[in-house]
Write a protein that binds this ligand. Sequence first.
Ligand SMILES: Cc1cc2nc3c(=O)[nH]c(=O)nc-3n(C[C@H](O)[C@H](O)[C@H](O)COP(=O)(O)OP(=O)(O)OC[C@H]3O[C@@H](n4cnc5c(N)ncnc54)[C@H](O)[C@@H]3O)c2cc1C
Length: 508
Amino acid sequence: MALSKVVGRFIGVRRHVVDPGGGGAPRVPGEVEALVVGGGIAGMSAAVVLAERGVRVTVLEAAPTLGGRLGAWPEPLGHGEQRNEHGFHAFFRQYYNWRSILRRADPHLAFLKPIPGYPILSRRWPTEEFGKLPPAPPMNLLTLLARSPSLRLADLRAMDRDAALPLLTYHPERTYAEFDDTTADALLHSLRLPDRARAMLFEVFSHSFFNHEAEMSAAEMIAQFHFYLLGNPEGLAFDCPDRDYATAIWDPLRRHVERHGGRMLTGTPATRLDRTPGGWRVGTAGGDAHQARHVVLAVDPPALARLVAGSPVLGGAAPRLVARMPAFGRPGPPYAVARYWMDGDVRPDRAVFSGVSRAATLDSVTLYHRLEDEPRRWAARTGGSVVELHAYACEAGVPAEVLAERMLAELVELWPEAADLRVRDLRARVEAQAPAFTPGSHAGRPGVRTDADGLYLAGDGIRTEFPSALMERSAATGIIAANHILRAEGAAAERVHSVRPRGLLARR
Ligand SMILES: Cc1cc2nc3c(=O)[nH]c(=O)nc-3n(C[C@H](O)[C@H](O)[C@H](O)COP(=O)(O)OP(=O)(O)OC[C@H]3O[C@@H](n4cnc5c(N)ncnc54)[C@H](O)[C@@H]3O)c2cc1C
């Protein structure tokens, strides 16, 4: 075991159990039905756990394919059909709950391949490398401070160390009580870091949460620092599937749920909830209705707000949920994803995935032809490349093609050889579905349990009482929703894990 992990374990930086699970029958006694609305990570995590325990689960998914923001679909291109995806995803190693669901698709997670390096690029400053740090704190932090070209000893002396203390003292209640009304921008400003250190070490990080620092709660940023860097024994290194998400994840998970008696109805948007004597009826756009004792709403925030608004019964059955929707349903800023099929390649030493700091639009670059099987084969056959560019929190109202053009121009400023590549095909999208973590939003953030009996929420915007984020929060809340149902029905619950629950210097 790496020395940093041994030291980390000694101070409690290890995998923690937040729900031991168990406690009931291996399968629900009797007939129990559940409906899961949304077939992304949250919904499918709930469906997997419920189906395994004998609950007759039906997933209603609006899109033609499963996966939501991790979806993949066949894309007709000028040169033939290829899989396209919602966008590059880093599968961090402290995603314990998501990985446990993924083990149902592949017990050895053999499809997840380590990505060597996690460079942060900038036009103004030397590259910062996040991927080659020791995995666990405090050694990862000390190494980062000692090695970072963006931060010198004099900078550390000049910085306001008291202002930095909250980063090390994350607490699931106190941090929100003290910092949720402050912006991440104000917190970063108070550190008195040189501009370069702020840009290279902090800003890339906050952009990855699909929120601008000026509109993001400082408490959320502290929580994410804890989850990704300061409370997690696995490090900032991550893995990625070596094939598209449908082949690697969604097809096997669908088969797994079906083997356990579950059903997946894609192309089936839910439009409204009504109460029945024994539970709930969910109406769909096609006019069908499905009934079950339990319902998990595992949709993105704007979709949840629409569904709640379209269900007048919730005004009486779940008034607190209804009251929270206007704020919760407003998504974070739009994000843009552009995938380019090019007629040549960038330099061989360019990293598979790079973060980008302080470009006007571009936040990351992924070389898919060095990552997944199908683009790799296409590039080998044609001499081309498949490059994906992301903007995680971009200007509203700008068309996807314009954002794609801007991102490509910014890539050329970083990697001049990209100027020689001719675009054979481009698929560009701009969407706004990510949850917003605005200052002051924590108190009104809905949790998994709603005020209506048998109605649960799951997703990456749903509150957890332990550190989690993004894909891992979706999986964790999906499992927690399933656990509520299993416990109510007398069946054993699933174990839930997280990282160290509090910061290294937090008082108990
Ligand atoms: C470009 C991009 C890059 C990302 N990179 C990372 C990363 O590197 N690491 C990471 O951890 N996370 C990353 N994320 C975040 C991650 O994708 C999300 O946190 C996660 O996929 C959310 O899953 P979910 O199930 O909560 O929601 P979603 O994936 O949004 O799933 C909700 C589902 O509900 C369906 N739905 C909506 N309305 C209805 C309705 N009325 N009826 C039926 N179905 C409905 C939707 O079609 C969708 O399938 C990234 C996201 C994006 C967009």
